[in-house]
Design a protein around this ligand. Structure first.
Ligand SMILES: [Zn+2]
Ligand SMILES: [Zn+2]
Length: 112
């Protein structure tokens, strides 16, 4: 059983659709637009979970949060790549050193 909540304008008593922000008849503001409001049902959304308590609508993260997550992800990826590369650099240096040592030995043996 679904409970239908009939909304009425507190100013003029006209019927209001769900999620309506202003009254069609008297144009009075029905809900605060500035707050964390569910775009689906107009209920307040919990700031911590970003999920509507009334209808379960999940609000998308705002751009600043998305950017922060992207920066953190990039930092993690870059730092883990550097950590993964360090042994490879060691191997390259080792190979280069042995090649250099070999060249030096050849030069040394050919030297008068
Ligand atoms: Zn009204
Ligand atoms: Zn909702």
């Amino acid at each position: 059983m679904t409970e239908i909540v009939s909304l009425k304008c507190p100013n003029c008593g006209a019927d209001i659709d769900e999620g309506q922000l202003t009254c069609n008849y008297c144009n009075s503001k029905l809900k605060q637009v500035s707050g964390n409001i569910c775009p689906k049902c107009g209920s307040e959304i919990d700031d911590k979970t970003n999920t509507c308590q009334a209808c379960g609508f999940r609000k998308k993260l705002d751009k600043a949060t998305v950017r922060l997550i992207l920066i953190i992800t990039a930092v993690i990826v870059i730092s883990s790549t550097i950590i993964a590369i360090i042994p490879v650099i060691g191997v390259i240096i080792g190979v280069a050193a042995s090649i250099l040592a070999g060249i030096l030995t050849i030069i040394g043996t050919h030297a008068p």
